[in-house]
Ligand binder design. Structure first.
Ligand code: CP
Length: 337
């Protein structure tokens, strides 16, 4: 096991070994216990992290801000429309300057075919860790909170049947980063993953290849279906959530508009309902990264019902974000367990 994470970027969990993610989980559970007991965890005293947001956020921004405060440091929230980025300042110059002022840089930028490249360009030049707060392809912090939640609910993740299911939504054209991250991560923990979506909402082909290879290596499975009922049958975890048809139609509706394309409207029946939940296994849990488009993505009776663990999942954003910051910003020089 590697014990020194100091300075490591978190852009995608693909670049973190299973052992490193296991350590992140251990630290997350430890921090959660200490938070519950009121035990101080000031591992990053007087450290500063810059949080750059090109898009809106509730959970990511606040878990990072509250998290760094609880670790003894401080966050600067940066609305990028108020930065010189809006006048064309480059990611290189932005990263080099912010790194001279503080100890880590984090960024959310979801624009298709731009976001991940932007974060990687900052990481290329930054001597301090760069943390991805969600891009067009990945949402590693959400993936970690989801993994922690499944471990909490099931203990052993091996053989857990998880269905990641596309749903209709009108709120905005959501990135593919959450289902993509889950599709790659969960097979690494031996889960049986079903990815369900209507025609036109596929992921890039390399995602399927890598998810299958991860499943083969770790004893899980990965399959695709276009039949939503099939995805609910005997599922232990369902994650019904909308994502945009970015791969099929990258020039279509943008993340900021709520225009509804024909392709979207044709799939209004893809919604998590009480009736569909009856097909799941007896102890099934309903998860969603939130925000949910209530009564489009999911019926209130489900998200507010006995299956739902969405608030536990959201809380775990705090503990996992703290683990990422404690390890990458402080590492063994700061974290004393
Ligand atoms: N799940 C998630 O990333 O939530 P926010 O968009 O509110 O940060």
């Amino acid at each position: 096991m590697q014990a020194n994470f100091r300075g490591k970027h978190l852009i995608t969990l693909r670049e973190w070994t299973k052992e490193e993610i296991d350590t992140l989980m251990d630290v997350s559970f430890d921090l959660k216990k200490k938070f519950a007991l009121g035990i101080p965890t000031r591992y990053l005293q007087d450290q500063t992290i810059f949080l750059m947001f090109f898009e809106a956020s509730t959970r990511t921004r606040n878990s990072m801000e509250a998290g760094i405060t609880q670790l003894g440091g401080h966050a600067h929230f940066l609305d990028t429309s108020t930065m010189q980025i809006s006048h064309g300042e480059t990611p290189k110059d932005t990263a080099v300057i912010l790194a001279r002022f503080g100890h880590a840089i984090a960024c959310r930028i979801c624009a298709w075919d731009t976001g991940n490249k932007y974060i990687r360009e900052m990481a290329k030049w930054s001597p301090v860790p760069v943390i991805n707060l969600q891009c067009d392809l990945y949402h590693p912090l959400q993936g970690l909170a989801d993994l922690m939640t499944i471990i909490e609910k099931f203990g052993d993740t091996k053989g857990v049947n998880v269905s990641i299911i596309w749903t209709f939504a009108t709120s905005h054209k959501k990135p593919i980063s959450v289902p993509l991250t889950q599709s790659l991560l969960f097979p690494r923990y031996g889960m049986n993953v079903t990815l369900a979506y209507p025609e036109g909402y596929h992921m890039p082909d390399w995602v399927y290849e890598e998810a299958k290879a991860n499943a083969e290596k770790h004893g899980g499975s990965f399959r695709i279906t276009h039949d939503q009922e099939e995805a609910y049958k005997n599922a232990d975890v369902v994650i019904p959530k909308n994502w945009g048809n970015w791969v099929a139609d990258p020039e279509g509706d943008t993340t900021s508009s709520n225009t509804q394309s024909e392709a979207l409207l044709a799939n209004k029946s893809w919604k998590c309902t009480l009736k569909l939940m009856e097909l799941t296994s007896p102890n099934c849990v309903y998860m969603h990264a939130l925000p949910a488009d209530r009564n489009n993505e999911v019926e209130d009776e489900v998200i507010d019902g006995k299956w739902s663990v969405v608030y536990d999942e959201a809380e775990n954003r705090l503990h996992t974000s703290k683990a990422v910051m404690a390890l990458t910003m402080g590492g063994r020089n700061a974290y004393h367990g």
